[in-house]
Ligand binder design. Structure first.
Ligand code: PLP
Length: 413
């Protein structure tokens, strides 16, 4: 029996059920993935016992010689992977990585320019209840109404008008490749620093399928658990000139001791992403997203910007006579996990928006290819046509279990 089961049957039972859900269902949440068995194992090691405030060679605790090795490996690999001058691998999550840049580039009350949450931005980019929106003055750009691509005329106009100290590129629900050099040009014109939050597409950048923001931005932030396929965590890349400030603002600015078990898992993640096989994986992620997008479009769903260049797509489901809430719940009953999502210029409310968001990263990790994506797209359409027909949904759920049985999840036997 597992030591977890012996110590805490209630927690063990819930973990087991979650494991079953991850194995039997179709994971289409665009921000999720399955880590390798090695990463999963590293996150569950004795490193969780260790305090390591400070940085390698300059710690506030004894006994850090081994964790120093690990953090140096993680930093060096991150720098190599993204050709960055400096990497801080201590942020507990993407949100802390972003706050470290805010603390470095801004004073409370300063203005920054970022993508509107309602157009695909992230809540740490100035949502009013987030610290980014409470302590700083957020101005937002969006996408054009006609083609739902980033409106660079608006970005430039707002930058000239508001003179932000920081411009942020990067998003949570934007299905197209982002033109980082264009953002850099605008930032340079108005004397702003540029931060790129590549949380969603850092795997695509690592594989050089998406242009590399580290080449043009002052700061690059990311999570490690989305397309990069690492543990749940974050990191910051920057030019050498900001190294001292970024390090000081992560610790002691925002955090105490780093989660060294997660830093070890990040080191393994960066190493995996440096392998040629990772590029093959990412190319399949993009091919799979395109196959799914084509199937859904052929079935009558309207996709934001008409398709996708990356791992995700935003679909307007209102043509089926309901919003994203009904769609998400019906898909969930069939074993298809996704999230309801606002679409640009949405007239519905965030708790029941017009869209749902799908991503291909997790299913690609299980080994699925274009043929399975067409099948998955067919089931999504079937569920949406049958949201009130429990028999139909149950039949789809059964078919999904049969398919997923053939595609193992790493680390789960
Ligand atoms: N930045 C972007 C663009 C994201 O999509 C996310 C997560 O969804 C984050 C930051 C925040 O990451 P975390 O949830 O790890 O704090």
């Amino acid at each position: 029996t597992s030591p977890i089961e012996a110590a805490d049957p209630a927690v063990f039972a819930a973990i087991s059920e979650e494991q079953r859900r991850q194995v039997e269902g179709l994971e289409l949440i665009a921000s999720e993935n399955y880590t390798s068995e090695a990463i999963l194992a590293a996150a569950g090691t004795v490193l969780t016992n260790k305090y390591a405030e400070g940085y390698p060679g300059r710690r506030y605790y004894g006994g850090c010689e081994h964790v120093d090795v690990i953090e140096n490996l993680a930093r060096d690999r991150a720098k190599e992977l993204f050709t960055a001058e400096h990497a801080n691998v201590q942020p507990h999550a993407g949100s802390q990585a972003n706050m470290a840049v805010f603390m470095t580039a801004l004073e409370p009350g300063d203005t920054f320019l970022a993508m509107d949450l309602a157009h695909g931005g992230h809540l740490t980019h100035g949502m009013r209840l987030n610290i980014s929106g409470k302590y700083f003055n957020a101005v937002h750009y969006g996408v054009r109404e006609d083609d739902q691509r980033i409106d660079f005329d608006q970005v430039a106009r707002l930058a000239r008008e508001h003179k932000p100290k920081l411009i942020i590129a990067g998003a949570s629900a934007y299905p197209r490749e982002i033109d980082h050099p264009k953002f850099a040009e605008i930032a340079s014109e108005v004397g702003a620093k540029l931060m790129v939050d590549m949380a969603h597409y850092s795997g695509l950048v690592a594989a050089r399928v998406h242009n590399n923001p580290a080449e043009v931005a002052d700061f690059v932030t990311s999570t490690s658990h989305k397309t990069l396929r690492g543990p749940r965590s974050g990191f910051v890349l920057c030019r050498s000139e900001y190294q001292k400030d970024i390090d000081r603002n992560v610790f002691p600015g925002l955090q105490g001791g780093p989660l060294m078990h997660v830093v070890a898992a990040k080191a393994i993640c960066f190493q995996e992403a440096l392998q040629p096989s990772f590029r093959t994986y990412v190319e399949q992620v993009v091919a799979n997203a395109q196959a799914l997008a084509a199937t859904l479009t052929a079935g009558g769903l309207k996709l934001t910007s008409g398709g996708t260049d990356n791992h995700l797509m935003l679909c307007d489901v209102t043509g089926f006579g309901f919003g994203g809430k009904v769609a998400e719940e019906a898909l969930d009953r069939a074993g298809i996990t996704c999230n309801k999502n606002m679409i640009p210029y949405d007239t519905r409310k965030p708790m029941d928006p017009s869209g749902v968001r799908f991503g291909s990263a997790a299913l690609t990790t299980r080994g699925m290819k274009e043929a399975e994506m067409q099948q998955v797209g067919g089931w999504i359409l079937d569920v949406l046509r049958n949201v009130d027909n429990e028999d139909a949904v149950a039949r789809i759920c059964e078919a999904i279990r049969e398919l997923t049985a053939d595609f193992p999840v790493p680390g789960i036997r």
